[in-house]
Design a protein around this ligand. Structure first.
Ligand code: DP6
Length: 362
């Protein structure tokens, strides 16, 4: 095939009803369905690929660092290696590939990027090789890299169906509404601790399933939560959405604390924010903001444009917030035409890293 580079940009997502715990740890099959909002490209990943016979092996650079895809690599990277073979087989080629991926959110934000990076890569390879894959198939590929990545294959509000088949063929994401449905919905990400989490989400999923006595009850709660969120989103009912989102975050973190040994992602700063959001809602006499926390202490405050100022004031007054990243609902991954590639085609190497704020993959 002709040597040319292809570039795509994709973004992260914030789960309203969380994926926590798997029935298959190898291929990331969840125990419950989940639902999320895909974020805008300011919490995203840009990735370029170049297939060329001049390359002696497949190479992957993430945020300027070369990652090993073969033996000794971690599970996510090993799967990327397998995925490359799968895509090449489908395209009927054996050409080596160079992949260069960069996050566009600051490295000191403590935000995980595997959802954004995984979805962007799965999407980009399908398009670069012109495989005409259904988004569902791309979602299944992204899921293998990181469960939550399967939802970032679409924009808007996205539901990941847990599925029940052993091979995972019915465990993929689908769009509930696109990003134009509720344009003033926002995620204000309040960074309270930029350091890397002590327990990776991958390890956390397994420990909770094995040891939490509350976990069984969560599965029912989460499935009901997904239905509530779908309804709330369709009706643009912020009140119903806010309560479902906060309750689900608390419910998931309860099973984490109930794990043995306990997993505690929330810290004093997170708890300060939880109280501050309840106080704000109380003083307004209605829900104007909802908190949700992933496997970390940084808060995601879901709100609407008209309440943005109140949320910023509330976050500042807690005294625990280092920075705020504001994001909205994103349109999902897209190919970038005519934009500078991250690959220098002459030297078959990453272009000099132009972004000093470059992020870190977890
Ligand atoms: C708390 O997708 O990071 O953010 O499948 O092991 O890569 P792996 O886990 P990951 O888990 C994310 C968990 C969560 C909730 C969510 O995004 O649904």
């Amino acid at each position: 095939m002709e040597d040319r580079t292809y570039t795509a940009i994709g973004s992260s997502n914030i789960a309203f009803i969380k994926y926590w715990g798997r029935r298959d740890d190898k291929i990331n099959l969840p125990n419950n369905s989940s639902i999320s909002m895909t974020l805008d490209k300011n919490v995203g990943t840009k990735t370029s690929v170049l297939f060329s016979d001049k390359l002696e092996r497949d190479k992957l650079f993430i945020n300027g660092k070369e990652e090993n895809l073969g033996e000794g690599a971690n599970e996510k990277l090993r799967f990327i290696g397998e995925m490359l073979d799968h895509y090449k087989k489908a395209a009927g080629i054996n050409t080596k590939v160079l992949i260069v991926s960069e996050n566009n959110f600051p490295s000191d934000s403590g935000l995980a990027s595997s959802a954004s990076g995984g979805a962007t890569l799965a999407f980009l390879l399908a398009n670069a090789l012109d495989l005409k894959m259904h988004p569902r198939e791309i979602s299944i590929m992204a899921r293998r890299i990181s469960g939550s990545a399967c939802r970032s294959v679409y924009g808007g509000i996205v539901k990941w169906n847990a599925g029940s088949k052993h091979d995972g063929s019915d465990s993929f994401a689908e769009q509930v509404v696109d990003h134009k449905h509720w344009p003033d919905l926002m995620d204000m990400i309040a960074i309270v601790d930029p350091s890397k989490k002590k327990v990776s989400s991958s390890a956390g999923h397994t420990v909770t399933v094995r040891t939490s006595t509350l976990y069984k009850a969560r599965l029912q709660v989460a499935e009901e939560g997904v239905k509530k969120v779908v309804e709330a989103v369709k009706d643009r009912d912020f009140h119903a959405l806010a309560e479902a989102v906060m309750r689900d975050s608390n419910n998931m973190h309860a099973t984490m604390i109930d794990s043995w040994p306990p997993i505690m992602y929330l810290n004093d700063a997170s708890r300060n924010i939880i109280y501050a959001v309840h106080e704000l809602n109380e003083s307004e006499g209605r829900y104007v903001a909802a908190y949700t926390f992933d496997a970390g202490s940084n808060a995601h405050i879901i709100t609407t444009s008209s309440n943005r100022g109140k949320v910023i004031k509330m976050l500042e007054e807690t005294g625990v917030v280092r920075s705020i990243i504001e994001s909205r609902m994103g349109a999902g991954p897209e190919m970038l035409e005519g934009e500078e590639s991250l690959i220098d085609q002459e030297s078959l190497a990453p272009r000099h890293n132009r972004n000093p704020e470059i992020g870190k993959n977890d």
